[in-house]
Design a protein around this ligand. Structure first.
Ligand SMILES: Cc1cc2nc3c(=O)[nH]c(=O)nc-3n(C[C@H](O)[C@H](O)[C@H](O)COP(=O)(O)OP(=O)(O)OC[C@H]3O[C@@H](n4cnc5c(N)ncnc54)[C@H](O)[C@@H]3O)c2cc1C
Length: 510
């Protein structure tokens, strides 16, 4: 490319959509598109190899699509992001360097720094149905007396203002906002035919990405290589969405909170990485799903819509609303490292062994293994929340700071002292056994609190309540748990066993 374009649009790696604010209306005749891959970012963590592969492959495929449309593309691989942008500017001297507001704070800080030296035109982000500024306005009027915000309040506000599943009188279709009572079933006892999962066949772009990655010195990757689980371009993603709607949407609701050892995907959509990279917009997902509203049971339809316009948007809004310090949340002052068993070291805990294998093989699990197995055990074992955040961020293909901070620090670990959830999401082996089929074949006994065969979740659950009595007992939502704790006659033995369990978790010998 030798001729000079009047404008450059710099596309960040999670803004891969032609119809977003940075590229909407852009004309190939006067616009060049810049992509920068930073080697130091690639080296900055032990990333799951499928995560890096997916991001780079999606960026390269999007760049190719723009080229096919006539855009000049400047693709740079440089040591840092700023270096790549500066080099582009020095060579091309565009009148305007447009970039869209990033979804994460680190990206926003980078743009602030670069703005001091380059003519950046930072346009508002429109990757969500509710921007962070709209969320902040909503939040100002909805803070509860204890300082918290409720997802349910936000969700109803979203449903009404977006007119999603709302009848002519402004009320929820079906007369209820929530079908949780139909959507929390344990694993079915009867045989169920679960939907199949689509796979991609590797092509020359995949080879190109592999070469790029192997050219980066000092790169540390973890996890299994790709089996083709992840689509990396828009056409592939639209097919995945249709596949989900055709095969899984109708059954989405009932077993969304269950975990089944032999079936890792169940009826989940497996769309999070695509939404998070910008390959598909939530409004497209909602529109496609609503087209099928008449064919799908309302509990499944509403359950899925709640995830997209409720939870996902709520989490994004909270990330910005909570402020920068939120990332340091550590209300229990925990400092244990992430257990080696999460990283794939052998473990006798059947649930952890399965979930760690899924993370290794796919860089993904559905919501409940993340919450009920990983975050639950991390909370019970006193893992440092920030370490858990860094590990999950590096290990999941759909990881991003905006989505992980509230989910891990707030919902998963209660490290924020209750800003996101009204009580810690902790449970012992009994609840795990109700919602999963792991416990029957596990060497540990979910009912035992003490002894060699006691389920580590059960021991640590009682120990967690005991250790945090002072801060958690006043929470009226914990009253029943503490009433049960008070009835334990063997608390001293539980405490002793918990010390041993925590040591062995840390050492990777459990
Ligand atoms: C500890 C913990 C860590 C998590 N880390 C991530 C993460 O790094 N990236 C990520 O995208 N999600 C994360 N989540 C949320 C959720 O687990 C995933 O979005 C979901 O499992 C992705 O699978 P799916 O696409 O099949 O989701 P489905 O069950 O099919 O749900 C549909 C969509 O709803 C959205 N969604 C549902 N719940 C949430 C939520 N709590 N927060 C944000 N979006 C939600 C996702 O975009 C998802 O694709 C985390 C949850 C927990 C408890």
């Amino acid at each position: 490319m030798t001729s000079r374009s009047a404008r450059t649009v710099w596309v960040l790696g999670d803004q891969l959509h032609r119809d977003l604010n940075h590229l909407r209306g852009a004309d190939p005749a006067d616009t060049e598109v810049l992509f920068v891959v930073s080697r130091s970012k690639l080296r900055s963590a032990p990333w799951h190899r499928q995560r890096l592969h997916l991001i780079l492959s999606a960026m390269r495929r999007f760049a190719n699509e723009l080229e096919a449309e006539g855009f000049a593309v400047d693709w740079r691989v440089t040591e840092t992001m700023s270096e790549g942008v500066r080099a582009h500017f020095d060579e091309r001297r565009p009148d305007q360097l447009r970039v869209m507001e990033p979804m994460n704070r680190a990206g926003a800080a980078l743009l602030d720094r670069l703005s001091a030296e380059l003519p950046l035109d930072v346009v508002p982000g429109d990757q969500f149905l509710c921007s962070r500024h709209e969320f902040a306005d909503w939040a100002d009027g909805h803070v509860r007396r204890d300082g918290s915000l409720l997802m349910e309040d936000f969700y109803r506000w979203q449903r009404r203002r977006l007119n999603v599943l709302i009848d002519g009188d402004g009320e929820p279709v079906g007369g209820r906002w929530n079908f949780d009572d139909e959507n929390r079933l344990p694993p079915p006892k009867h045989e169920v035919q679960w939907p199949d999962v689509a796979f991609e066949i590797p092509d020359e772009v995949d080879e190109w990405v592999d070469e790029l990655l192997s050219s980066v010195e000092g790169l540390r990757c973890v996890g299994a290589p790709s089996k083709g689980l992840w689509a990396a371009d828009r056409a592939g993603v639209l097919k995945r969405l249709d596949h989900f709607i055709d095969t899984s949407l109708a059954g989405f609701g009932p077993y969304e909170d269950a975990i089944i050892a032999e079936e890792r995907f169940l009826n989940h959509s497996i769309l999070s990485p695509y939404l998070n990279l910008g390959l598909i917009h939530p409004k497209e997902v909602v529109a496609r799903v609503l087209e099928r509203a008449g064919d799908v049971p309302l509990n499944s339809l509403e359950g899925f819509i709640r995830q997209i316009i409720g939870w996902r948007e709520f989490v994004y809004g909270l990330y910005w609303w909570f402020g920068e310090d939120y990332l340091d949340s550590n209300v229990f002052d925990d400092d244990a490292p992430v257990p080696p068993s999460f990283l794939g070291e052998p473990t006798d805990m059947n649930c952890v062994a399965h979930v760690a294998r899924w993370v290794d093989e796919d860089g993904w699990t559905h919501h409940i293994p993340r919450l009920m197995v990983l975050a639950n055990l991390a909370t019970l074992a006193g893992v440092r929340p920030h370490s858990m955040l860094r590990w999950m961020w590096a290990s999941f293909v759909d990881g991003a700071e905006w989505v992980m901070a509230p989910n891990i620090l707030g919902m998963g670990m209660y490290a924020d002292g209750g800003r996101m959830s009204t009580k810690p999401y902790v449970s012992g082996g009994n609840y795990l056994s109700k919602m999963t089929n792991f416990c029957g074949s596990c060497v540990f006994d979910k009912k035992e609190r003490v002894g060699e065969h006691a389920c580590p979740f059960t021991t640590l659950y009682w120990d967690f309540l005991d250790r945090n009595r002072e801060s958690l007992r006043p929470n009226h939502r914990m009253a029943r748990m503490y009433a049960n704790l008070d009835r334990l006659a063997d608390l001293d033995e539980v405490r002793a066993r918990a010390v041993e369990v925590r040591q062995r978790l840390r050492a990777g010998t459990l």
